[in-house]
Design a protein around this ligand. Structure first.
Ligand code: SAH
Ligand code: SF4
Length: 341
């Protein structure tokens, strides 16, 4: 059985032709799945009984079931633990901003990258999600809260560029005007820095925001927290980021989680400035989220302020990111970690 939610209209047309069906059904089926969010083939009222029967034999419609839900009492952030048909679980978060709703979704169940500060990384890898499973997280949040999502960040569990083909397929599905119709400019893809895939992504010239989890200005510190740095050291990563900004004309955003005494010193700020000079970029500073079983502690408010001011006064645009849902551990991997299977 295959996930029909992962097929775009072109792919559906080809499959329908093979079944001896008219191609124009593809758009109808796509709309039922992506705009009307049907859970079963029998809800597709303008599709004949015979075709529905055929479809049921070949495909399933992927679905995210809510296992657990936490609502922040500080803001209206909602955090979800979703499960799929095979029992795998992932997390997603719905945040409300003045301009609309923003959803943070997962691209893999678990993650192979093993970043030492990250709850997901500590939990290991389970499997890649299909494009349809990424779509279904958005749909589940929209129908649970009865809202329309306008922005997406691929910052939940998993490394999007380690599930490259499915993520690219997802981007095309979610931005389709016959589907959820969320434009690339409203999508952010966050990566731990798979430089080879960044180069591949640049060639597509998508208008999305690339966010790179840098978290350190040099190999010495980055090697300690991010094993991926041994494959793609800082120099090589930043070279690809510069090329990405040049090719796409889009500003690259760098995530920098401030860990007390590790990457938050004045020297680190100076080194970061010299590394990023001249690049079309922005730095997002966040106090590290203290994950159980790690010894990392948040930098002080003052260190964050000083670091941020130094970057800004030396030509690197930087902001301290507002943390939403801090009472519900709205950062990735923590809810799944606590969930008893
Ligand atoms: N794998 C991708 C996207 C998912 S992680 C990536 O690493 O970019 C989303 C973001 O959360 C990344 O910037 C990641 O570095 C950050 N993150 C993970 N654990 C964190 C923690 N304990 N505190 C602060 N940020 C964290
Ligand atoms: Fe994976 Fe991102 Fe967590 Fe690193 S920070 S372990 S890449 S999810």
């Amino acid at each position: 059985m295959r996930d029909i939610k992962s097929l775009d209209i072109k792919a559906l047309e080809a499959e329908l032709s093979n079944l001896g069906e008219s191609k124009f059904r593809a758009k109808q089926i796509f709309t039922w799945i992506h705009q009307k969010n049907v859970q079963t083939f029998d809800e597709m009222l303008n599709i004949s009984k015979e075709l529905r029967k055929k479809l049921k034999e070949i495909y399933y419609i992927s679905h995210s079931s809510i296992e657990k839900k936490l609502i922040s009492c500080y803001d209206s952030t909602v955090k979800y633990l979703f499960s799929f048909d095979d029992g795998e679980c992932v997390e997603a978060v719905l945040m409300s901003y003045r301009h609309g709703y923003s959803a943070c979704i997962s691209t893999q169940a678990g993650c192979k990258m093993g970043c030492t500060f990250c709850a997901t990384g500590r939990g290991g890898f389970r499997r890649n999600l299909t494009a349809g499973e990424m779509i279904s997280q958005l749909q589940a949040m929209e129908s649970d809260q009865n809202v329309r999502i306008s922005n997406i960040v691929l910052m939940g569990m998993g490394e999007p560029l380690d599930n490259y083909d499915n993520v690219i397929r997802f981007l095309s599905l979610v931005s389709s005007s016959d589907g959820m119709n969320i434009g690339m400019r409203h999508i952010t893809l966050s990566t731990c820095g798979l430089a080879d895939k960044i180069a591949e992504l640049a060639k597509l010239r998508l208008q999305l925001t690339l966010s790179v989890s840098l978290h350190a200005p040099n190999d010495e510190i980055r090697n300690k927290t991010m094993p991926v740095n041994r494959r793609f050291p800082v120099d090589e990563l930043l070279r690809q980021c510069r090329a990405y900004a040049k090719t796409t004309g889009r500003r690259v955003s760098f995530e920098y989680a401030m860990i007390s005494g590790l990457n938050d010193t004045h020297e680190c700020a100076c080194e970061l400035v010299s590394r990023l000079k001249g690049m079309l970029c922005h730095v997002n500073l966040i106090p590290v989220n203290e994950v159980k079983e790690t010894h990392y502690r948040k930098s002080s408010k003052q260190s964050l302020r000083e670091f941020c001011d130094y970057l800004n006064s030396h030509g690197i645009p930087a902001t301290i990111r507002r943390t939403l849902g801090s009472d519900i551990n709205a950062s990735c991997g923590q809810l799944r970690g606590e969930h008893k299977f």
